[in-house]
Design a protein around this ligand. Structure first.
Ligand code: KIV
Length: 263
């Protein structure tokens, strides 16, 4: 039986054991991940790897709710975080209304919102209304069009100072952990030390409190591009293509189905 993480055990893991977070978008994969991952993130990255879009911007709350329910069905013993999509938490009222919708319509344990100091008021409003928040600072995929591309953060002293302020504002607003994305490793390490809640890195080096990867990247299914920070633990695309080719060849040559596959 897998012991499900709680907000308390997640917070207590800081400085003790790195946290393992992975994305999932459906019940099938979520079930496969739950024995090794501490947390499952239903990321809005599903808009790219699942829905084939060029970025995360057009993901909707309805999609996130649908996929979160699927993940929770598959991984009943996992701590599941649902990503709030672009435009659903731009002000306090919308943020609370939409977060309540996620909590009422799914069994998700927490939600994730992108932003630092600029989103602290909104995060505080959510946490003080019973919503568990995972922050997300550094490179913010929902800002990609506004910033004109994916830009690594923490390259200047001013940038580093702002990231520290962001992390501390997110912590003070009541988040139980945060993701830090696309930040120079030495800067991410300083930021992780500047707060008392776990800072989970993606493209942020090893000296943080855990790692998160998008499952379709780390299993090698997503072929469009591979960011520098991704390690492929499986060549999923090749394995799937080879298997489907074998199936296709066997159907065409009438080698499948055999006697043992026939009623
Ligand atoms: O949407 C997502 O998968 C994410 C991860 C990149 C952390 O936010």
């Amino acid at each position: 039986m897998i012991k499900k993480m709680t907000i308390t055990s997640i917070k207590k893991s800081k400085g003790v054991q790195p946290l393992v977070m992975i994305t999932a978008y459906d019940a099938l994969f979520a079930k496969l991940f739950e024995s090794s991952a501490d947390m499952i993130l239903v990321g809005d990255s599903l808009n790219m790897s699942f829905a084939g879009k060029k970025d995360t911007i057009s993901a909707t709350l309805e999609q996130m709710i649908y996929h979160t329910n699927a993940v929770c069905m598959g991984a009943k013993n996992s701590f599941v975080v649902c990503d709030m999509p672009f435009g659903t938490y731009s002000n306090k009222d919308d943020a609370l209304k939409n977060a309540i919708k996620v909590f009422q319509e799914t069994p998700a344990d927490g939600i994730k919102v992108e932003g630092g100091e600029d989103k602290a008021e909104i995060i505080k409003h959510l946490t003080s209304n019973g919503i568990a928040i995972c922050g997300h600072i550094g490179l913010l995929p929902q800002a990609v069009r506004g910033e004109g591309g994916y830009k690594v953060k923490g390259k200047t002293p001013a940038d580093e100072l702002q990231l520290i302020k962001d992390a501390q504002a997110v912590e003070e607003a009541g988040a139980f952990c945060m993701v830090i994305e696309g930040v120079k490793a030495e800067v991410a390490a300083v930021i992780a030390k500047s707060v008392n809640i776990p800072v989970i890195g993606i493209g942020a080096g090893v000296n943080v409190d855990g790692q998160v990867l998008v499952f379709s990247d780390m299993l090698g299914f997503f072929e469009e591009f591979t960011p520098k920070f991704v390690k492929k633990y499986l060549d999923g695309a090749s394995l799937v293509k080879e298997a489907v080719k074998n199936y296709s060849d066997e159907v065409k040559s009438k080698k499948f189905p055999k006697e043992e596959h026939t009623y």
